[in-house]
Design a protein around this ligand. Structure first.
Ligand SMILES: Nc1nc2c(ncn2[C@@H]2O[C@H](COP(=O)(O)OP(=O)(O)OP(=O)(O)O)[C@@H](O)[C@H]2O)c(=O)[nH]1
Ligand SMILES: [Mg+2]
Length: 305
């Protein structure tokens, strides 16, 4: 057997679902591990709405991380789908990375997830994230002890997704949990998302950043058209609708004199240009669609069906 073939047999590859309560830092962590912006991140809960794959490679093999919507109490069909997708993911993966919040360790969501994980029987790593937000580092010790007691053998790893130095130790815990095998995706692929989905998410991130209270949660983005550049160096023309649920939300998104929508468009266009590597013409339309989050057809169009 040649050395080359032997080294290939030593590779490990598989799927790791990243789960946890909403807002604990799952998307931040997946982006940090992959080294690319796979998923949008905002300070608001319920940011991630569907399962997004972010792919990490090193000489040990490949981990396909599945960033999932955060667990919360769902009040619409869309939110039910979000939570269901996250819970379903734990049965089909090689290992689960459960992210917890150092400043609020254990709530109802953790209790439910714990029961589901024990039933699913997949290997689990528990990571206590946002450890940097503790006033004193020594405060982490009782949290680790508390979780270790519950965990029944699952490793407990304190970390901050904002601290790159914490990532290698986490990967060391995950790789041994994966089966031996060749990478599942080519090395240059870092996500499974299509350009259209990435574009919709870029707009949604700006809507989240520039609206408050219930408005971001009631907003969704549909890519109405995406026209490739006709010639080399030409511009991509993208039309997106921002759906809101009530008439009163429309002027909030648009802002006085259209200023807010303009800011959303400018920031989103700049990021699209970086992503696509060419000039982008972006048109945004704000539409009222009562209860779209309970509308199966719209949810399917958004990939949330
Ligand atoms: N201080 C600190 N902030 C963090 C850390 N990880 C994430 N955050 C912040 O927490 C907020 C939520 O992060 P996300 O990555 O969107 O959280 P999420 O778990 O993906 O949230 P959902 O998609 O809503 O479930 C953002 O403002 C992040 O910048 C961390 O380790 N330390
Ligand atoms: Mg997220």
């Amino acid at each position: 057997m040649s050395a080359d073939i032997k080294s290939k047999n030593d590779l490990r590859s598989g799927f790791v679902s990243v789960v946890g309560r909403t807002n604990v830092g799952k998307s931040t962590l997946v982006n940090a591990i992959v080294g690319e912006k796979v998923a949008i991140v905002t300070p608001k809960p319920q940011t991630t709405r569907n399962v997004i794959r972010g792919i990490y490679n090193d000489k040990r093999g490949q981990i396909v991380f599945m960033d999932t919507p955060g667990l919360h109490k769902p009040r619409t069909r869309m939110n039910e789908t979000m939570v269901r997708q996250a819970m379903d993911s734990i049965r089909s993966v090689d290992a689960v990375l459960w992210l917890l919040d150092a400043t609020a360790l254990w709530k109802d969501e953790e209790e439910r997830l714990f029961a589901a994980l024990r039933e699913a029987g997949r290997p689990v790593v528990m990571a206590i994230n946002q450890i940097d937000r503790l006033k004193n580092k020594s405060l982490a010790l009782p949290l680790i002890a508390e979780l270790s007691q519950k965990a029944q053998g699952w490793p407990v790893y304190p970390m901050s997704a904002l601290n790159k130095a914490d990532i290698p130790g986490l990967l060391d815990l995950l790789f041994p949990l994966l089966p031996e095998g060749e990478p599942l995706f080519p090395e240059e692929v870092y996500t499974d998302q299509m350009e259209r989905q990435l574009v919709a998410e870029i707009v949604r991130e700006q809507v989240f950043a520039r609206t408050r209270e219930e408005v971001p949660h009631c907003a969704g983005v549909l890519v109405e058209s995406f026209h490739e550049a006709k010639e080399e160096g030409g511009r991509v023309v993208i039309h997106c609708s921002i759906l809101v649920e009530r008439e009163s939300q429309k002027p909030i998104v648009i802002g006085r004199g259209g200023q807010n929508l303009k800011a959303i468009g400018t920031a989103a266009r700049q990021e699209m240009q970086r992503l696509l590597g060419c000039p982008v013409e972006l048109r945004l339309f704000v539409k009222v669609h009562p209860n779209w989050r309970d509308n199966p057809q719209i949810l399917r169009e958004m990939g949330l069906g």
